[in-house]
Design a protein around this ligand. Structure first.
Ligand code: SF4
Length: 377
């Protein structure tokens, strides 16, 4: 396989960007190792406005958990605004609205986007795009840096089978409407067509069709990543070899198409996965240092240590919503001995996958072990 991943290394998916936050990384390192009791704010937070969703994707990581009525609450918009105010005063730099569920299902999503934007955060927005109204488009083009659409298909049949709803064309129309709004005001907002590679959607004609459609509707970035499903590898050598061969073939096709569609930024994100077995998460580090670079606020009212372990008891940082004001709830846990203990107790082999795996590897190898001999320039 010759997976190029991207045309230029200067792009938002390049995990080396964590080097910009070296002060934060050293602060986390010293805090975990008890050299300081003061832990600075996360760089970025993710807020799930809701756990409800209007689709039934076959790979949904939160299936079951998000459908449990105990995990579905309608948190009033004023509480979210209080949270945004706190994050601003604390020094957090960016917010991603994602899920959990589908953010456009939250009744006050428009107000939330506007409030975050006016407060001066960098904003990312991840959606399936079905309910992307004209009003939401107008608001996103004013405030969002990035809008990522989970499409995962090159035609309506595959989309229906993977997402459980027949909405492919509607979603493409909505993406195109966003493009028109962006162009109207010459907005900085970038559009991403996200494509999770799954054995069902990696046929050459399907990939070609995704490129063609993405170009036609005015997408900036086309983003391919292998789907994470625990049971993807079966244990049978022959079957597993065939699955891995198919993914390698998909990346070969993507590399060829990248050359043919030069107006699209094409990302084949594979550095978070084992180089040989593309479906297995890469975990080339000994301990987790980087989780406190981010913080997750769930629609169930809970805070979570990390995106990938959201829903696990070992990841729960308590409620940000109940019992008192938001600042009090956050500072009660953030940087506390209890928080540190949760970090110390992380067993990497228990983590399902690690979205921050490369950050962890980079920090351990270059910062802690100085394998680049930083002072010998
Ligand atoms: S998945 Fe595990 S190792 Fe990765 S950031 Fe989360 S807690 Fe840390």
């Amino acid at each position: 396989m010759n997976n190029k991943q991207w045309q230029s290394p200067f792009n938002p998916f390049n995990s080396w960007k964590v080097m910009f936050h070296s002060d934060n990384l050293w602060n986390i390192h010293d805090w975990i190792n008890r050299k300081t009791d003061s832990l600075g704010p996360p760089i970025s937070v993710t807020i799930d406005p809701t756990n409800r969703c209007n689709q039934k994707c076959i790979w949904c990581l939160y299936k079951g958990w998000k459908d449990d009525p105990n995990n579905q609450r309608d948190i009033p918009i004023n509480k979210f605004k209080e949270l945004v105010d706190h994050l601003k005063n604390w020094g957090v730099k960016s917010i991603c609205l994602a899920g959990g569920g589908e953010p456009t299902m939250y009744p006050y999503v428009l107000e939330l986007i506007d409030y975050i934007g006016i407060s001066g955060f960098d904003l990312g927005f991840i959606t399936n795009g079905v309910k992307l109204t004209k009003d939401i488009c107008s608001s996103l083009v004013k405030h969002a840096n990035f809008v990522g659409f989970s499409v995962d298909a090159g035609n309506g049949y595959t989309y229906r089978d993977l997402h459980g709803v027949d909405k492919y064309n509607e979603v493409l129309n909505n993406i195109n409407n966003l493009r028109l709004e962006i162009d109207k005001i010459m907005s900085k907002t970038k559009i991403g067509y996200k494509y999770l590679l799954h054995p069902y959607n990696i046929k050459p004609e399907e990939l070609l069709s995704a490129f063609e459609n993405a170009k036609r509707i005015g997408v900036d970035d086309l983003h391919f990543r292998v789907v994470y499903q625990k049971d993807m590898l079966t244990g049978s050598k022959e079957i597993d070899r065939d699955i891995i061969r198919k993914f390698n073939l998909a990346f070969d096709i993507i590399n060829i198409l990248r050359e043919a569609y030069k107006t699209l930024n094409v990302y084949g994100i594979s550095h978070k996965y084992d180089e040989e077995k593309l479906v297995e998460p890469r975990k080339s580090f000994l301990r987790c240092y980087v989780a406190p670079l981010a913080l997750y606020f769930g629609a169930d009212g809970n805070m979570w240590l990390c995106a990938d372990t959201r829903g696990y008891n070992s990841s729960k940082l308590g409620s940000w919503f109940d019992n008192g004001d938001v600042s009090y709830n956050i500072f009660k846990i953030w940087g506390s001995e209890e928080h540190r203990k949760l970090m110390e107790d992380i067993k990497i082999y228990n983590c399902p996958r690690c979205t921050f795996s490369f950050y962890n590897e980079l920090f351990e190898k270059t910062f802690v072990k100085d394998s680049m001999m930083r002072n010998l320039i």
